[in-house]
Design a binder for this molecule. Structure first.
Ligand code: ADP
Ligand code: MG
Length: 226
């Protein structure tokens, strides 16, 4: 079963902008996929369909086999960690550690487990020293790292990052290289449901150009490329 299975996805915004015109994309468990494309090509619109920030008007999105419908939204959101392009959209608690703890607390985890996840997630992004700082006073790159920690602390099986290197210095980018993120993601989810599957040896990385036609995906599972 693919981790992500998108078929013939169409999205038009309320003002009539046709952002996606029939996108097919399949991502297997363990894969790291980069979607590259011009401004306005539809990358963010596509990503917002992965955790139900937008719901498919036409076509379908399945996450680990679960059809992404309004009714299944909570199931899907537990599986998909979404890091916003702008960290200011994500950080809102008075301290970094409270912010990273917010998600795990809402999962109803014990306080000791929440503390352990916060410590591990902050360590994973090299931000342990920021734990007591106020998020709104951090630099752009620091905010971004903390936003990623907040998502890692939820132990999602799928990590979605919109514009992952924006505003980061070279060292910050290195921390978020796919291999590193994947290794860390595995570490912060020791009890995760899909931990075993992710340890398989056949991991592949791929990238694809998301063209202006908004339905061209040139990765290896592209169907309907024009
Ligand atoms: N809320 C919105 N309302 C109307 N049009 C939008 C909205 N958000 C994005 N768009 C338009 O949809 C298209 C795809 O945008 P987006 O997915 O943000 O592209 P990318 O992330 O690749 O830069 C663009 O033409 C953009 O102007
Ligand atoms: Mg975008």
């Amino acid at each position: 079963m693919p981790a992500i299975d998108i078929r013939a996805l169409v999205h038009a915004y309320a003002d009539g902008t046709q952002a996606l015109r029939g996108v097919d994309l399949r991502v297997d468990v363990g894969e790291v996929v980069a979607i590259v494309g011009a401004n306005g090509a539809g990358k963010s619109t596509l990503l917002k369909h992965l955790n139900g920030l937008l719901l498919a008007a036409s076509g379908s999105v399945r996450i680990e086999g679960i059809p992404l419908t309004r009714a299944r939204l909570p199931d899907v959101r537990r599986r998909v960690g979404y890091v916003f392009q702008d960290a200011d959209d994500q950080l809102f608690m008075p301290t970094v550690q409270d912010d990273v703890a917010f998600g795990p607390m809402n999962l109803g985890l014990a306080a000791s487990e929440v503390r352990a996840r916060v410590a591990e997630a902050l360590a994973a992004v090299g931000a342990s020293h920021l734990a007591l700082r106020a998020p709104y006073r951090l630099s752009g790159g620091e905010k971004r790292a903390v936003a990623i920690a907040g998502v890692l602390a939820m132990a999602p099986s799928i990590l979605v990052l919109d514009e992952p290197s924006t505003g980061l210095d070279p060292a910050g980018r290195a921390v978020r290289q796919p291999e590193r993120v994947r290794g860390r993601a595995r570490r912060v989810r020791p009890g995760g449901r899909h931990g075993g599957q992710r340890d398989h040896g056949g991991q592949r990385d791929r990238g694809g150009w998301f063209g202006r036609s908004r339905r061209h995906y040139s990765g290896q599972h592209c169907h309907r490329c024009d």
